[in-house]
Design a protein around this ligand. Structure first.
Ligand SMILES: C/C1=C2N=C(/C=C3N=C(/C(C)=C4\N[C@@](C)([C@@H]5N=C1[C@](C)(CCC(=O)O)[C@H]5CC(=O)O)[C@@](C)(CC(=O)O)[C@@H]4CCC(=O)O)[C@@](C)(CC(=O)O)[C@@H]\3CCC(=O)O)C(C)(C)[C@@H]/2CCC(=O)O
Length: 210
């Protein structure tokens, strides 16, 4: 039987990973609190080069943290995002909500002529004020959020806009950065992003450190 030499302690693995990321990634343009967030996002995708695409609007980290501390719900576009959020880290037992599979969602999608991911946001509107929005998969969800805000929907406290992919991902994030309707945001420019990175961002904001 071969003897494999590997670290078996979870905290030690995280500590080692974070140290590697800090030694290899260029985090110099971030504040200390933004750098903590960036480290965790890099950790989720395994790509130190990704840090160059991270953009945090002024006040994003403090706005998101304050909202979470005050018990804001977290609205997620995909269950992959929702499931990646570590409940034990949440400071106020915050509700984590994904409405993709609500019975009405498919009908709303047909009605508005959009994807289910976008249609699911219609069910957020009543509780959107002061919430934290975490979009990690669907570009259409981010575009539709911007359309809702344009049309006067209540404003979330912070938007994590990190859809991934080739069709609409870069464009939806550019649109958020161009006009976030006054809401502080975090994005990953270009095609990179994804549910894991988005959940990691929430986990970092919920509780700094390991
Ligand atoms: C076009 C879609 C894209 N999906 C991507 C990547 C991944 N999606 C996965 C899974 C399991 C799901 N994707 C859906 C959200 C589904 N994906 C779409 C849509 C067709 C349209 C969204 C959009 O363009 O904005 C979308 C369906 C919809 O009507 O909204 C999902 C709901 C599909 C389904 O199961 O019915 C589902 C989400 C399930 C959940 O977690 O709740 C992948 C795991 C792919 C796979 O199964 O192989 C992967 C995960 C990536 C991640 O990190 O989140 C893209 C690449 C984002 C793509 C949009 C852009 C593009 O370039 O095509």
């Amino acid at each position: 039987m071969p003897e494999y030499d590997y670290i078996r302690d979870g905290d030690a693995i995280y500590e080692r990973s974070f140290a590697i990321i800090r030694s290899e990634a260029d985090l110099s343009r971030f504040s200390d609190e933004e750098a903590d967030l960036a480290v965790r996002m890099v950790h989720a995708c395994g790509l130190v080069e990704a840090a160059q695409y991270f953009q945090f609007a002024p006040g994003f980290v403090s706005a998101a943290r304050a909202a979470l501390r005050s018990g804001a719900p977290i609205f997620c576009d995909a269950f992959m995002v929702a499931h990646g959020i570590t409940r034990a880290r949440l400071p106020a037992d915050n509700e984590v909500i994904c409405t993709l599979r609500e019975p009405q969602t498919a009908d709303i999608a047909r009605e508005i002529g959009n994807t289910r991911s976008a249609a699911a946001l219609k069910l957020w509107v009543e509780r959107l004020a002061g919430s934290v929005v975490a979009i990690g998969n669907a570009p259409t969800a981010l575009f539709y959020l911007l359309e809702l805000l344009r049309d006067g929907a209540p404003k979330p406290a912070a938007i994590i806009g990190m859809p991934v992919g080739f069709v609409g991902a870069a464009e939806s994030k550019d649109a958020l950065a161009e006009n976030s309707y006054g809401v502080p945001y975090a994005i990953v420019r270009g095609r990179l992003g994804g549910s894991a990175m988005t959940a990691a961002a929430v986990n970092s904001l919920a509780r700094p450190g390991l």
